[in-house]
Design a protein around this ligand. Sequence first.
Ligand code: ZN
Length: 294
Amino acid sequence: MKHTTRWFLLAAACILVTTAVRSPAAEKTPADKINVLIIDGQNNHKWQVTTPALKAMLVKTGRFSVDVVTTPDRKAPKDAWDTFRPDFGKYGVVLMNYTGSPWPAEVCAAFEKYMAAGGGLVFYHAAVFSHKRWKVWNEMMGMGWRKPADGDRLTVDAAGKVVRTPKGEGPGGGHGPAHAFEMTVRDKDHTVMKDLPAKWTHIKDELYHGMRGPAKNVHILATAFSDKKTRGTGTNEPMVWTVSAGKGRVFVSLLGHDVPATTAPGAVAVLTRGVEWAATGKVTLPVPKKVTAK
Ligand code: ZN
């Protein structure tokens, strides 16, 4: 499925509205499981098949209890959104498998409060298209599928140094044809990346490039080389990163265009551990043995 920019035509940024939410409950009973909320319902990807795959991979670890909230369709009447009021405070972490219509302002405000109180947020693949006009959201994402004019870009040079490209210069969000590519860990000491091979080969997937945004408080955990031979940028593009958002923790993984790419061993290791980290700041889940060094 090709990406389009039609989502960006949707109007209305989220504005602040007073709504109370409970403090995030990272590790609730029973059985000390982390409550995860997956949000889907609109996407330029097949969320109907990736959400069950995401849920299954999380449940299989035994560490998570997973709920799914599906938004109204993008063509739904405005009042259909009246029932979309996720109770974020019940969850240790929110996993975004959504990009589409802006949420009601009340929901945006509730989510901002949830994150300010120490919530967890995980962006999965095309979720970095979402909520282009929501300023706080862009800060939480760090970088996403945006135009060059929308923000800075971070890449990693051959020496492993992070390079910042100012807005307006260089490419915006894009990708060449899907292909298998090598993942390179950039912080082997980070609790999510610890025990992963320094490099591993990810199966056929989209290698996003030109991610843009405020790019503040971004910590790059893994990159992939975007080869010009595959219509890439000729540099190391961030694939996995964290963003510190006040007390909140944000984790981003760009892997997973389809179910096979989402459920490839390295992608599973990164996402399940990233979800646990976003909820608790710690990782107890092991790296599957199938993630073997290249
Ligand atoms: Zn995709």
